[in-house]
Design a protein around this ligand. Structure first.
Ligand code: FPP
Length: 239
């Protein structure tokens, strides 16, 4: 187990409540997403300052395609706006961008800008800002199983050699090792569910929930939740 008790290397966040934030103000949902994008900047810089090594953000799930067409279109535009606006700041802060998810139906323009952000920041040595985009944990686990099955079929792997380590190497988080498993998961907006996020990787993570809606979540809130995490005793099933 690479996670030491009390060290926060990998923080994962389910950014929730953009729609409700907008509704409360009688604004269209996209305005909530626009403000949510600003929160990503704030929290990424704050996490970097806290010395966090990997920040994974659930930006678009495999289920989000079921939202109204206009909202999906807007969400596909957000990475373009985000990197256009914040790329210089990410570079200044030595942040390395990673995109984790399935290529599938992502529009070319969105995909290209994400690839460009990864390429431009690839030599940065600071925090990894990992966007889960068109990500779904069950799809990830099925896809890992298929890759292993192919290896067994072509004779390069024996079924009895499949173990947790071998399995984890086929997951989308493999490149984040040794910090592939989040130490802490935060979900904003008062909802307390996983919504198909990192089902394998969160097996031993601590969870923190806050009522704050994502556009209202700030560096102070993050620090409070991290302080709470730091006061916990993580035993990983031991005593
Ligand atoms: C949850 O609010 C938020 C989302 C579904 C998307 C958030 C994504 C971003 C802000 C940025 C995207 C990406 C990049 C790569 C910069 P909700 O709409 O589920 O809120 P609700 O539950 O109140 O309706």
């Amino acid at each position: 187990m690479n996670n030491k008790s009390h060290s926060l290397n990998h923080l994962a966040i389910i950014m929730d409540g953009n729609g409700r934030w907008a509704k409360k103000r009688h604004l269209p949902r996209f305005v909530g997403h626009k403000h949510g994008m600003e929160t990503i900047r704030t929290i990424a810089l704050a996490a970097n300052e806290l010395g966090i090594k990997v920040l994974t953000l659930y930006a678009f799930s495999t289920e989000n395609w079921g939202r109204p067409v206009d909202e999906v279109k807007y969400l596909m535009r957000l990475p373009i706006d985000f990197f256009d606006k914040f790329m210089p700041e990410l570079m200044e802060n030595n942040v390395k961008v990673n995109i984790m998810g399935f290529r599938d139906e992502i529009p070319d323009k969105t995909y290209q800008i994400m690839e460009k952000a990864m390429a431009e920041t690839k030599d940065n040595t600071g925090m990894v800002l990992n966007f889960a985009f068109n990500y779904g944990a069950r799809k990830e686990i099925v896809s890992a199983s298929q890759k292993l099955a192919k290896k067994v079929k072509d004779g390069s792997l024996m079924p009895e050699d499949i173990n947790e380590k071998v399995f984890a190497e086929e997951l989308l988080t493999a490149s984040l090792a040794p910090y592939d498993n989040p130490d802490l998961l935060i979900r904003t907006s008062g909802e307390e569910r996983l919504s198909n996020f990192l089902l394998w990787q969160l097996a031993y993570s601590e969870f923190e929930f806050t009522e704050k809606l994502w556009p209202d979540f700030n560096a102070e809130d993050l620090k409070e939740l991290v302080a709470d995490f730091n006061n916990r005793d993580r035993r990983f099933g031991k005593i």
